[in-house]
Structure formats: structure tokens, C-alpha cells
Write a protein of this length. Sequence first.
Length: 154
Amino acid sequence: MTEIENPAAEPAAVTRNYAGFWMRFWAYLVDLLIVAAVNGILLSPLTVFSDAGSAEIGYWTLAGILGSIVFYLYFLLMTKYFRQTLGKMIFGLEVIHEDGGNLRWKDLLFREVVGRFLHRVFGILVLLYLVVAFTPEKQGIHDMIGDTRVVHAK
């Protein structure tokens, strides 16, 4: 007796529509505008009502440090809890784990904090964002480090 195969029992292949460089670029610009607005609202009292915003801590100012914290927290928390930032929501993009599972804190810390920090602190590294345009799954270096992909939301 031969065994009959059931084609319906095979798992369906997951097709993902990866977000390209330009979609991600425009979403990032929207996010930068949002972070700048939030920083303006939160940090303007610090600089208007006192001189604390210009207080220097080494090479940095207090306002610069607080603004950076807001920047990184925005990307980290929005991506963790919503899988997308407001810019990605507007353009219909979301961040997923490479295996389709839940986004883990360690992956997001590397993607959103370490990756963005390196791109911002070392100016020439911002050119590495162009890697997104040339990889098959449209991954940036920060996506590779964080085991993530950016796809068009369904």
C-alpha cells in the first residue's frame, strides 16, 4: 500500500513585500520631524526659563543629551510596542523579526539604539543606509545586526 501525500498539509510559503530604500527614507524623514517637534515641546521650557539647556557636560549639552534620549526612546519603544514608528505607519511599513516571531528587546536595542547611534555619531557611516537599496531583502546594516526586516504592512 502506498502512502498518499496531502498537498494541503504542506505549510504555505510566506511571501513578504520588503520595503525599499525610498519608502524607508521618507518614513524616516517624517520620524525626524516628529522627534524634533517632541524635543521642541519637551525641551523648550528647559532653555527658555533657565540656562540649563546650555549646561555643558563634557562635549555635550544637557539639551543635546535629553534630545538624544528622546530620539532613541521614540524609535525603540514605538518599534517594540507597535512594530512601526509614526513615519512607518503613514507609509504602511512595519518591522518584523526575520523568522516572523515577536521582536525581542535585544534585537531592537541593537537595531534602534546601537545601529542608529553608530550612523549618527560617525557621519560617514550614514552612507551605510544605502545598503538597503542593494540587498535582496532590503536590509540595512542595523537590520542585519538586529535580525529584522522592514516590510509593507498588510
